[in-house]
Design a protein around this ligand. Structure first.
Ligand code: AMP
Length: 515
């Protein structure tokens, strides 16, 4: 690609690690080192009184001051507050993410100079609420978020770039079908994509925002903690500091088990010590159900894309957890192909995001698009109604999952009484017919309807999914040209004032407070 004049930066904001990439002067995506000289920054935040430390040092503090450390905040994104109280405070998870992004911004700025425009990636399976929260985190960190793109799509773009699909001529010879299996630290995503010419088209996507390497770690924690308990009748999992330290040890052992047939976890607590030797087979047995969950989702997604295993040209491995041999073995057995880890598992997503940022900036400068991304929505969008017979809250699906976006759906509501001036429409995402089992996005309030509408007058509400997976709502009252206002009152979302306050606080802090 011909580089644009402004730095094109992409950020993979991971559950356990984050990575920043940019397009260099030759038009090649490269990852940037942080202030510690590493390409991967642990997505961990230490709140130590007034001081906020992000990255490696915060990760180390998990072993000694776990009660002050926020880890895996991405798992809670979309919730009102982070699950752990830190220093007596309850932080919104997007604020914790903003601290991480701010460290990434400062560190990258040391290498490439100040910049604000970025593309941030999210799991394809993130719902609307989580996408909005991620965008807010970027804003609070002082960024202008150009786009939010899906991690597997970013990985496929990086793969396409590497395979030369985006180079001179810019198109593939024949359509390629890719299955992107992305198992990171805290999330699992599987996406089936087609690369047709210069178009990257998502055909189907599914996943689990609460399944990742961290769950594999916890199984090892259980094995080691139980061994400790058998010997000393004390369960170290009951003490957050000990549990943090044990997790560290076990995460390390898990990595060893990817390279060797056995690993040892030695753990000291309250002057007592226990040593457990764990074999790869035992580890695989203890985590089989986790792997099976990913297998099930993978098979379902391929079928939702309308493909069979022989139709696939590549199986792409993304995310640090795909280094576990059990993952590769399962995919080899399912697909009959050798899974492809040619794009660096940890860096592919950030590189794809940088390519996307480059595309947006180049287009803004009037240069032609080198490639295009076409996406699907990962969750069905519905409005809540009441079943007249059972009086239960039902989910009336308007846009089924895996619909190509952007897409607009229209639902006509009718006023219930004469001169009704407003309507409140609860919006949910999810597949269940019961609204209570779905994720509430918020309520869309339709106000300032024209006066003197008779009862039963139609009001059309248009739900529009943008290419980013974000939702916009518009209202039309047939037969009138009155301007009607609509707003989505979002669940668990910070107000504009709060966002601005945090933006000032987080991005305005002295750089020395971030390491
Ligand atoms: P990501 O979010 O893609 O950076 O993935 C991070 C996850 O990958 C963490 O759960 C790590 O423990 C895991 N991981 C990284 N390297 C390995 C390895 N060699 N074997 C097993 N898991 C790994």
């Amino acid at each position: 690609m011909t580089p644009s004049s402004i730095s094109a930066v992409g950020i993979d904001l991971g559950t356990t690690f984050s990575v920043v990439a940019k397009i260099d002067d030759r038009g090649i995506p490269v990852t940037l080192v942080n202030a510690e000289g590493d390409h991967l920054t642990p997505s961990v935040v230490l709140f130590d009184g007034e001081e906020v430390v992000v990255g490696k040092e915060a990760l180390k503090a998990l072993a000694t001051e776990a009660d002050k450390v926020a880890e895996c905040s991405k798992r809670d994104v979309g919730c009102r507050v982070f699950h752990k109280v830190i220093g007596g405070k309850q932080y919104p998870p997007d604020v914790i993410e903003a601290f991480i992004l701010n460290k990434l911004r400062r560190d990258a700025g040391r290498v490439i100079g100040p910049f604000t425009k970025v593309v941030i990636t999210v799991p394809a399976y993130f719902d609307e609420v989580r996408r909005k929260a991620t965008q807010d985190a970027g804003y609070m960190a002082g960024f202008e978020v150009l786009d939010i793109i899906n991690e597997p799509t970013a990985a496929a773009v990086a793969f396409g770039y590497q395979e030369g699909f985006l180079n001179a001529g810019g198109s593939t010879q024949k359509p390629q079908h890719l299955l992107v299996y992305d198992l990171g630290g805290g999330t699992f995503d599987v996406t089936v994509m087609e690369i047709r010419g210069t178009e990257f088209i998502a055909l189907a996507t599914d996943g689990d925002v609460r399944l990742g390497g961290y769950d594999w770690d916890q199984r090892l924690v259980d094995i080691a903690a139980e061994a400790f308990f058998r010997q000393h009748r004390i369960d170290p999992r009951n003490d957050p500091v000990a549990a943090g330290k044990l997790w560290h040890e076990c995460e390390d052992a898990k990595r060893t088990l990817s390279a060797r047939n056995k690993a040892t976890v030695t753990f000291d607590y309250r002057g007592l010590s226990a040593r457990s030797e764990i074999g790869r087979e035992q580890f695989e047995e203890a985590t089989r159900d986790l792997l099976d969950r990913t297998r099930f989702t993978t098979v379902q997604t391929l079928s939702a894309a309308g493909l069979d295993w022989p139709d696939l040209d590549h199986v792409l491995l993304v995310g640090g957890s795909t280094r576990m041999p059990m993952v590769r073995a399962m995919l080899r057995q399912l697909s009959g192909k050798e899974p492809n880890a040619a794009v660096a598992a940890d860096e592919a997503v950030a590189m794809g995001a940088a390519l996307r940022a480059e595309l947006i900036l180049a287009e803004a400068e009037g240069k032609p698009a080198v490639f295009q991304i076409k996406n699907v929505n990962s969750h069905s969008l519905g409005v809540v109604g009441t079943d007249p017979q059972t009086r239960r809250r039902r989910n009336g699906i308007l846009i089924p999952r895996n619909t190509r976006i952007p897409v607009t759906a229209r639902r006509t509501f009718r006023t219930q009484k004469d001169d009704q001036r407003s309507i409140l429409v609860p919006i949910v995402e999810g597949e269940s017919p019961s609204a209570d089992d779905c994720q509430p996005i918020g309520k869309c309030s339709v106000r300032h309807l024209p006066t003197e509408l008779p009862a039963g007058s139609p009001v059309d509400v248009l739900f529009h999914y943008e290419p980013t997976g974000r939702l916009k709502v518009r209202v039309i009252v047939p037969g009138t040209d009155r301007q009607v206002t609509t707003e989505i009152h979002r669940e668990n979302s910070l107000s504009k004032e709060h966002l601005d306050g945090w933006r000032q606080f987080i991005s305005g802090q002295e750089p020395t407070e971030y390491r």
